[in-house]
Ligand binder design. Structure first.
Ligand code: FAD
Length: 221
């Protein structure tokens, strides 16, 4: 399998970094090909604006999706799109920040999953361009698991990630069960167990079933 890891954490000694490094080590060991986009190390531009284009269709009024579709994209975006085209599986490794994804990662979605390339009507959901590709999100939290249960004060984490995961379904991707690492800052033992669990999962990742999207096939023009 060809695996692209999109990694969004600013600290190379973080637990997120350890999870990313473990994924690289285990998946390479299993014979998979790996590419990593280390967004902070790359100084990834997170903000979508007119500077994302080498040339603008309309200089007076920026319609971002229209310009995306025109395709005069800057090189950093094209490089990421090439990696997506190459990959069979994309793993997103990041911490939960403000009940969502870090801004740098949101910027990756906004700028890379361009109109006309990642989606175009009616080529969305099960007719999307990436139906052969899989996505796995792997995230760490500060809060404990019970706060993220269905009745928990912080809300159900699967629901919190609904917009993020839905973006992938929208472009056709198949989605694997998310991997949640609850408050790894708590203690060493917990982190040891988490790494063990992660290694076990990664070794079998190519055999995993995807989560069926209930609305697949319902979209008609
Ligand atoms: P780190 O603090 O980097 O690492 C934890 C420990 O793991 C460290 O002691 C480190 O030394 C150790 N470690 C590193 N490598 C290894 C290794 N190989 N083996 C074993 N141990 C290792 N949390 C929420 O729950 N909800 C929120 O909405 C939320 N919003 C946030 C917003 C912001 C802006 C920020 C900065 C944090 C927020 N948090 C939130 C907390 C955040 O989610 C957690 O701090 C984060 O997920 C912890 O992961 P980490 O990789 O940063 O941990």
């Amino acid at each position: 399998m060809k695996v692209l890891i999109i990694y969004a954490h600013p600290e190379p000694k973080s637990f997120n970094s350890a999870l990313k490094n473990k994924a690289f080590q285990i998946l390479s060991g299993e014979g998979h090909d790996i590419q990593v986009s280390d967004l902070y190390a790359m100084k990834w531009k997170a903000v979508a604006d007119k500077d994302d284009f080498t040339q603008l269709e309309n200089e007076d009024f920026l319609k971002y999706q229209v310009e995306q579709k025109k395709g005069n994209l800057k090189e950093d975006i094209l490089q990421e799109q090439k990696k997506v085209e190459w990959a069979d599986l994309i793993i997103f490794q990041f911490p939960l920040w403000w009940f969502g994804i870090p801004a740098i990662l949101k910027g990756w979605l906004d700028r890379v999953l361009t109109s006309g390339w990642a989606y175009s009507y009616p080529n969305i959901y099960d007719k999307g361009p990436f139906v052969q590709k899989k996505v796995l999100i792997s995230t760490t939290t500060g809060g404990p698991e019970f706060l993220y249960s269905k009745q928990g004060l912080n809300g159900d984490l699967s629901q919190i990630f609904f917009p993020f995961l839905h973006s992938f379904y929208f472009c056709g991707f198949q989605v694997l069960e998310p991997e949640f690492f609850w408050s790894p800052t708590e203690n060493k033992e917990k982190r040891k167990l988490y790494l063990k669990r992660w290694i076990k999962r990664l070794k079998q990742i190519d055999k995993e079933e995807v989560i069926p999207f209930s609305k697949m096939g319902e979209y008609t023009e």
